[in-house]
Design a protein around this ligand. Sequence first.
Ligand code: NAD
Length: 494
Amino acid sequence: MQISIIGTGYVGLVTGTCLADFGLSVTCVDQDEQKINLLNSGGIPIYEPNLAPLIKKNVSAGRLTFATDLKNAVKQSKVIFIAVGTPPNNDGSADLTQIEEVAQQIAASLNEYKVIVNKSTVPIGTAHKIEQIIQEYQENIDKKAIPSSVIPAKAGIHPSVIAREQSDRSNPNLNRRTGVSPVYNVIARSEATRQSQPTSKPFDFDIVSNPEFLREGSAVYDFTHPDKIVIGTTSPKALKIMQEIYRPLYLIDTPFVITNPETAELIKYACNAFLATKITFINEIANLCDKVGADVHQVAKAMGLDGRISPKFLHPGPGYGGSCFPKDTEALYHFASTCGYDFKLLKGVISANKRQRELMVGKIKHHLGDLKGKTIGILGLAFKQNTDDIRKSPSIDIIHLLLKEGTHIRCFDPLAMENAKKILPDLTYCQDEYKTAQSSDALVIATEWNQFRNLDLSKIKKLLKSPILLDLRNLYDPDTLKSLGFIYEGVGRK
Ligand code: NAD
């Protein structure tokens, strides 16, 4: 089965590569020529553990190709996955421009029945919107095939066809996309061809909502070992094709949730909003621990032992970030508002997460006083470990707040420095953790990279101007650090 993936970013590239590894023939399409050229020359535009060898393997096997020509890829494919970005608008709603553009381009490329699968995270009703865009495009093509200058309204069409059109209005067998019966289309077109040559004809298609739940930093593993596959469609034909695509996961007993597109779209937002809420909850508990001298790790451990709660996503820190949780919580809140529902819990989560960044800066101020002219060393720029992604990274947000206070920033990240340089070119980028600590007034651990867990602490202490370590990821034991002479503070434990 030939498949196209439109959008070769974190989701598209991983999806395309893993589907190719399932034995399918995949073309990953992107409008970014540089990205496609890089992939075609053996390079990889993002960092994801285990992705590089998998790309190489499937390219060599001839199952995975990269292209910028969307039309050609769509024409040759039975199934087209959409995996383009859905960034936030200024009001928090999801910007669907990329989705709409791709839907238009797919519409213009249909040449036979296709399944169009949306993997991007989108507001409820987007699958229907994609369907409408393609349907409207096809209707316009139909009209263009009968130019009004050549055929005045209804003229040139046999009266029996007009009569049929009228009777079709009450016909339950109307084509659900074009709104007219297939019989009417055929007769109308044959009448029209006497005076004009049709340029195209409508092709059947189905839309599927198939949200993606992979995590950056473990995307290949997550795609091949998912907790669930959600398939939202009303078409039994499309469902069968989707089940065929995901058969290797079915064979390893992955649960499938088969539902309608609207429910599938809401499942994705609900999952991300819930996880963001869980992170925010433990952050709020950690802030309370800071006030009363309790240890949040012990609280979280005890909470997690309760089977109803589970220990996952109970790690306190500087607040959630990344390309998904911030925009998806905002988008769900905005979407609920447009439905006339004030999602109060989510509003609280969004605002508490923003405050969490400010509270982290407050911790730094508490130890250093006025920050103007001070040098802060920041370890970690990526929004989490094992990725080069800095979108909505807590570290980057905190750096912005520190720069407003007049600080100078020295920083290091194992993978994300090139991305950070694009938006913060004036920081001092260091070659490692120790150069970052050198002559800094305080060192802040902002991302939980494993390599920050075993620093040579006596060396760090000697390099720092003052031995202040703010551990925003709670990588170290407070008592050990204090015994080494550090002024140490974590999140929710001192
Ligand atoms: P991304 O920004 O990394 O990639 C999107 C790609 O789409 C870009 O390379 C862009 O050039 C390309 N693109 C845009 N318009 C195009 C067009 N008309 N034709 C061809 N290519 C086009 O985004 P991402 O992180 O992969 O996320 C994609 C979607 O998946 C988003 O809706 C996101 O919310 C969702 N999602 C992301 C993750 C994640 O961890 N990143 C996880 C689950 C779901």
